[in-house]
Write a protein that binds this ligand. Sequence first.
Ligand SMILES: *[C@@H]1O[C@H](CO)[C@@H](O)[C@H](O)[C@H]1NC(C)=O
Ligand SMILES: *[C@@H]1O[C@H](CO)[C@@H](O)[C@H](O)[C@H]1NC(C)=O
Ligand SMILES: *[C@@H]1O[C@H](CO)[C@@H](O)[C@H](O)[C@H]1NC(C)=O
Ligand SMILES: *[C@@H]1O[C@H](CO)[C@@H](O)[C@H](O)[C@H]1NC(C)=O
Ligand SMILES: *[C@@H]1O[C@H](CO)[C@@H](O)[C@H](O)[C@H]1NC(C)=O
Ligand SMILES: *[C@@H]1O[C@H](CO)[C@@H](O)[C@H](O)[C@H]1NC(C)=O
Ligand SMILES: *[C@@H]1O[C@H](CO)[C@@H](O)[C@H](O)[C@H]1NC(C)=O
Ligand SMILES: *[C@@H]1O[C@H](CO)[C@@H](O)[C@H](O)[C@H]1NC(C)=O
Ligand SMILES: *[C@@H]1O[C@H](CO)[C@@H](O)[C@H](O)[C@H]1NC(C)=O
Ligand SMILES: *[C@@H]1O[C@H](CO)[C@@H](O)[C@H](O)[C@H]1NC(C)=O
Length: 872
Amino acid sequence: MFPRHTLISLVILQLWTNWIASALEQQTFFPSAVPLAVRTPTSNCWLNTTNGSNPMTTWPTFWNDQHILGWAGYIKVDGLTYRWLGAPGPGNSSTWIETQVTPTQTILTVQAGPMQLNVTFLSPIEPSDWGRQSFPFSYVYLDGTATDGKPHSVQLYSDISGEWVTNSPSTGIQWSTTKTSNTVFHQVGSTKPTSVFEDVAEDSVAYYAISSGYPDLVSIVGTDQGLRAQFATQGEGFTLTSDLAGQIGNVRGSDGKFPVLAHAMDLGNTTSITLIAWAVGVARDPIVTFSGVLRRAYYWSQYATIGDAIDAFMVDFPKARTRALALDQKILQDARAISQNYADLVSLSARQAMAGFEITLSTFPNGSFDFSDVKAFMKDVGNSQRVNPVEVIYAALPAYMYLDPNITGALLDPLLEYQNSSNYTNTYAAPDLGGPFPTAPGDPTNLNAVYGIEDSGNMLILVLAHARSTGDRTLIGKYYNLLKQWADYLVSNALIPGNQYSADARDGILVQSHANLTNLALKGIIGIQAMAEVSQIMGQGADAQDYMASATSLMQSWVNLASISGHLRWTYDESTSGLMYNLLADKLLQLNLVPASVYTAESMTLSDNQVQGPFGFPLSSDNTSAARSDWTLFSAAAAPDNTTRDLLITAVRNHASSNLTGGIFPTLYDVQTGLVQAAPNTFASPAQGAMFSVLALNVANQTIVVPASSTTRGASPAGSNGSKAKSHTGAIVGGVIAGIAALLLFGVVVIFLNRRARKDRNANDEFEAPRPYQNPVTEHDGTAVGPQPSRTFGSSIPSSKTILITQGKFSPGPLPATSQPASAHQLSSSGRRSSLSRVTDDLRSEVERLRQEFQQLRADQSIPLDAPPGYQ
Ligand SMILES: *[C@@H]1O[C@H](CO)[C@@H](O)[C@H](O)[C@H]1NC(C)=O
Ligand SMILES: *[C@@H]1O[C@H](CO)[C@@H](O)[C@H](O)[C@H]1NC(C)=O
Ligand SMILES: *[C@@H]1O[C@H](CO)[C@@H](O)[C@H](O)[C@H]1NC(C)=O
Ligand SMILES: *[C@@H]1O[C@H](CO)[C@@H](O)[C@H](O)[C@H]1NC(C)=O
Ligand SMILES: *[C@@H]1O[C@H](CO)[C@@H](O)[C@H](O)[C@H]1NC(C)=O
Ligand SMILES: *[C@@H]1O[C@H](CO)[C@@H](O)[C@H](O)[C@H]1NC(C)=O
Ligand SMILES: *[C@@H]1O[C@H](CO)[C@@H](O)[C@H](O)[C@H]1NC(C)=O
Ligand SMILES: *[C@@H]1O[C@H](CO)[C@@H](O)[C@H](O)[C@H]1NC(C)=O
Ligand SMILES: *[C@@H]1O[C@H](CO)[C@@H](O)[C@H](O)[C@H]1NC(C)=O
Ligand SMILES: *[C@@H]1O[C@H](CO)[C@@H](O)[C@H](O)[C@H]1NC(C)=O
């Protein structure tokens, strides 16, 4: 007869044992590095898992795989010490069993004497919660069970060093320890912080935190040799005393010892360890200066002190973990519908893509935050110090579309604002905001003309993807004329790129010695069609018509120039072939611009490709070594058949799972050997967000609503889940709206009568296909239409047009013969709408147009604005 609690223990143990046997899936995916704490470009810690290394004897490193970030973890079981993180020190290594990677977590399963541990590194991904997403902290937590079922005396210890905040061991550092209501945390920073850094951010502060509720918790700063040895050698239990005087020293002292910030605890006799969590973070404040304004991370708007933020993060751990598990499950379920190989790629890339940028807010002079001014800043991690590199945002777009489409808008916002200012005069889009990160001075040089098609095409594709996936048309409304200018540039230049480069030239070894790149021309032409859609959304019917006609005509010319006996060539002048990865933009945006025959030809070109290496397809057949994982996944998602799709996915997955060649999930590698080049090494680039390409195809259109800051507040179309109503209380706006209201009454009557008349003329037209464009369609022959660099207010916004908004969706305008009709659902739902509601909708768009003209006017006159709808 057992005592009741022993029985319960036995039952639990039995469950544990069964669970261990069943739940521990065999590792099948072997990346050469795994993410540990990966939240931002500077809070970015990895573990090298190249073949031959032992995760239990390897120091974590910064994303460059060079700079060690001292981070040690020990468990003592019955007086014997085992290390679960870091290189040899006192005690034994745990026996590493396996490593699993999910989108938010890396789990090292290890055996430490009689205890089996899961050491889980959780870097949260928090879609739609920018306070949480911007907080540069990660958790590491332990779960464990005694494999012999018996209770054991267990103590835990973990520390970090000053290497997290400096590049040189001789740098001076200072540290301190703070206790908040629920948390104890250490912090360490340079004694001479500098915002000029290439590697680890030397203006950052690293934090190591733990919940203060644990029994016998000891939080202490001492030297690595001192504290770790004390913990390891004192038998069961421990007493830690610091061998450091003061709160200042060097990363490595003259005695060779590193000051470390440690938390340790005694769990007593136990058969299991459950969810013991530390939190590690690297924070910078401010994040960047942009346009002369200091910008801070978004989370600062929610907490008075870093202590409050850390406290909240620590208290939130159980819920954060639940959210992470749910997100993992959703992503993995979606990805496994394609294949397990695909799920592996998505798992390895998710944290990398979401750690590519910082989400920031500006402050008012009184220190309060301007929530209408959310901007995100990406660092070109793995390649350069460029800020908001447009081609990387383009590559990462699929991840942002799937995980949190508003991110795209926050990244585009500063690019658009800068290029709309007088500081930028080129007629094509800029490649970035300059650099080196974290300075974002802008990039006005006309040397970027060689990337004019690349960047202009990217920007137009990105703004439309953002509007569609969020339902937010604020950006395209605010910068409409700028976007038009880029589209006009593309109309003149896209078809014959001549000596322009694609983004791939930035990789050094891929410098294009070839003129007239077909894939580049394709991007430019798709960009024009994207502009047609933008124009349509904005109710600029004549523009939409013009761009659509140009894109259609240029597309036809492109097909003729690029096709060669059922295949596609890489340049107009040669018979080489390559990954026509920009097709994804046509498919992602459902533009239906590119004829199906082109997709088929690309698929044939790939399947006939003789140059495939063990790790996939070279970007083009004229350079048989270089492969790009991001563009390969773009091509996979664009493939018209699953065979080609899966072939491409498998190739990239083979490389990602080959731990024989090192590197932190690089985008560029040798397709034959799998080796990465030295510099740029393309490690840890957010461009790996491209792994989400196949999933992004299923991201639903959001209803694009007229921002509720116009007069339609509270009357957004049914089913709308786009921009939230947000009040503009500015006196000027009020006055104008009052004026508009008077005009509207008149307008209702005019439009209504107008429509009635038209309807009568089209009596057979069941859904009354609207002909919103009043300008006659001019057929473009694809020849140059001069760019229109004018940014003068109103000059290119045609006067009053009517446009039909049905259920918040924009109905199709008159489409060129090659375009697809809109879905039957859209047509019939519009058909059922009453004349009156159409009139209301017309009014709505009229008002919106006026509002935008007015906003533009105010912007041009620098009248302080009320907040347009933000992203928060
Ligand atoms: C331990 O890790 C395995 C995968 O390696 C996982 O299936 C299991 O759920 C983890 N256990 C706990 C308690 O988190
Ligand atoms: C490297 O991959 C092989 C399988 O290809 C695996 O057996 C080995 O454990 C991996 N090494 C590490 C450190 O993950
Ligand atoms: C991987 O590492 C193990 C352990 O060091 C070694 O025995 C094996 O030969 C390595 N595999 C390859 C293919 O290099
Ligand atoms: C990663 O680990 C492998 C195996 O220990 C080693 O050869 C390689 O140099 C490491 N990478 C770096 C950048 O240290
Ligand atoms: C743990 O168990 C051992 C052996 O049963 C015992 O000697 C020791 O006193 C226990 N320690 C605690 C803290 O209960
Ligand atoms: C334009 O340049 C001026 C002078 O360098 C600078 O002060 C300002 O912040 C810049 N504006 C933008 C939007 O980048
Ligand atoms: C292609 O794969 C998708 C997702 O795995 C699946 O839904 C679809 O049915 C497949 N198509 C064909 C033709 O097999
Ligand atoms: C690009 O192609 C066009 C049309 O085929 C041709 O006229 C032009 O010479 C080519 N440009 C270069 C630099 O080869
Ligand atoms: C998304 O919107 C575009 C433009 O309105 C339309 O062509 C496309 O069919 C829509 N896709 C879905 C899935 O609704
Ligand atoms: C995106 O931003 C809009 C406008 O602030 C907001 O209404 C919407 O909820 C956000 N969507 C997500 C998914 O965060």
